[in-house]
Write a protein that binds this ligand. Structure first.
Ligand code: SF4
Length: 505
């Protein structure tokens, strides 16, 4: 086994992409696949790893089996972590040849380190969240005969990977990491242990990345960080609201979103940006986690129920169109029925546009795992989750009913989930499904809301929808039904950015 030192990589001498020089892996390029669990940050890290493997001459696997498989993991919940080990077993135990290299990256890698080899001996390398820049070197060394490489050290250049070293998923929006890590240490959360302490990129570097994205055709940018409203430019101290101004001034950017802010760090200046009619979209994911002050204290969240509600009221007074989504945990240590009911009434008072809800699961290293018994029985947690989701479903139906007849601008994201229609996203982040040609994916259109369900709206287009080439793809999808459509280099294995909020804020 080799454990890498956590020193930065040697000076970059490679080709234009800046990775260390490597010779092609073989006469025929190795095929790779990255399977991604978890949040948008992981999806974006996978885009960086795809480019890193590309720098070695590896190519994404399409129909053929992959020779290099990287599992980019999530450890926010126990279930997500266990699925990774099950997936390794599947990869080696399905009768055919196992991939030549299997790597575990992401939060489970960072958290477990070399212990992963004990649980899953077939794994060849373990790559932590702050070591993505080491990937080409690790693969090269394994192919040269080393065995079992672990790299979970902190590499400062990992945060500021140049845009040309990121292999973006073709689509309508692009992610930019503005900061990593978190200093809050909420008692239930593993993020400070897997992503480390807060580190921010400079505004100038983020703006350069945004400019390169608009040059490639992206019109929507999503700014990523575990706690974005504690962002500070390390060079000149500009804050998050000022960062959104700087990114919004990049020509070609029509929409900015971000995830996630922390309720205790919220500035009025940022709220005013939502109401300004600029590219900052009027939707915010504001994780509440619980509606009970006593539970929030045990979670070490730094605000009470009353303070959270005061923040919501202030935000809505300043930006009346603002849609708010949230994260909620049920069955946290010692949560009584009465405390849970306070979370239910929080739903009634705030009327969130959507909620990501989870049963509490104890995570290693966290304060809760050391000091607070996980004492709500699992069946009770399940019952509370079902009750909470039913309550929220009714609220969403109510909110959606009120939207019928409205006209909204949508950015068309592709086929609807059930197929047969297009799906677009309004400024408030709600999904609207409507009839239209596949070639319009990536363009903006006006639709009138005509119907609704609990999770999406139905609409009809007002006027024609223009065709558009998707950034990152060689041709508009489905323009030629017989043509080969490139598979995404990064495949989402579970949940991911489209269905699970990032555990943050
Ligand atoms: S829940 Fe959010 S704010 Fe709290 S420790 Fe985790 S990432 Fe940080």
């Amino acid at each position: 086994m080799t454990v890498c030192a956590s020193d930065p990589l040697p000076p970059q001498t490679g080709p234009a992409n800046g990775y260390p020089a490597v010779t092609p892996v073989s006469g025929r390029p190795l095929r790779f696949r990255i399977e991604t669990w978890g949040c948008q940050m992981n999806v974006h890290d996978s885009e960086k790893m795809a480019a890193a493997l590309g720098s070695l001459g590896c190519r994404p696997a399409k129909a053929e089996p992959a020779e290099v498989v990287v599992l980019n993991t999530c450890s926010v919940r126990e279930k997500a972590q266990e699925k990774v080990f099950a997936r390794v077993e599947q990869l080696v135990g399905r009768g055919g040849e196992r991939p030549r290299l299997i790597g575990v990256a992401g939060c489970v890698a960072q958290q477990e380190g070399e212990a992963i080899f004990g649980r899953a001996p077939a794994v060849d390398f373990v790559l932590g969240t702050q070591s993505l820049v080491c990937l080409p070197d690790i693969v090269r060394r394994l192919l040269d005969g080393e065995t079992r490489v672990v790299e979970i050290g902190r590499h400062p250049d990992n945060l500021d990977i140049p845009p040309e070293q990121i292999d973006r998923i073709p689509g309508v929006k692009a992610y930019i990491t503005i900061m990593e890590g978190c200093d809050n240490f909420c008692s239930f959360c593993v993020v400070p242990f897997t992503r480390g302490r807060e580190r921010c990129r400079s505004v100038s570097s983020i703006v350069r990345e945004a400019e390169s994205l608009t040059a490639s055709g992206f019109q929507e940018i999503q700014l990523l960080g575990q706690n974005v409203n504690s962002y500070r430019d390390p060079e000149d101290g500009r804050d998050f609201a000022e960062l959104t101004d700087a990114v919004g001034a990049v020509p070609g950017i029509r929409r900015i979103r971000f995830t996630s802010p922390h309720p205790k760090d919220f500035s009025d200046a940022l709220m005013d940006r939502f109401a300004g009619g600029g590219p900052l979209m009027p939707h915010m994911h504001l994780p509440a986690q619980s509606g009970s002050t006593a539970v929030l204290e045990r979670m070490r969240r730094g605000y009470s129920r009353e303070e959270f509600l005061e923040l919501v009221g202030r935000a809505r007074r300043r930006a009346p169109e603002l849609a708010l989504s949230t994260d909620l945990i049920v069955g946290f240590c010692g949560e009584t029925r009465r405390e849970f009911e306070e979370t239910l009434t929080l739903l009634d008072e705030v009327r969130f546009s959507s909620v990501y809800s989870f049963k509490y699961s104890e995570r290693p290293h966290t304060l809760a795992s050391k000091r607070l018994p996980d004492d709500v029985p699992d069946p009770e947690k399940t019952d509370r989750l079902v009750e909470l989701q039913a309550r929220q479903r009714a609220i969403q139906l109510d909110l959606h009913r009120d939207l019928v007849g409205r006209e909204v601008e949508v950015l068309i994201e592709g086929p609807s989930r059930k197929g047969g229609q297009l799906a677009g996203r309004g400024p408030d982040n709600r999904i609207v499904n409507f009839d239209g040609p596949a070639e319009a994916t990536g363009s903006f259109g006006e639709v009138r809301i005509t119907g609704f369900g609990p999770n999406s709206l139905l609409g009809e287009p007002l006027g024609s929808l223009a065709p558009r080439r998707l950034p990152g793809s060689p041709a508009a999808p489905a323009a030629d039904p017989g043509a080969e459509i490139p598979l995404p280099v990064v495949q989402q294995a579970m949940g991911g950015g489209h269905s699970e909020a990032m555990r943050s804020g």
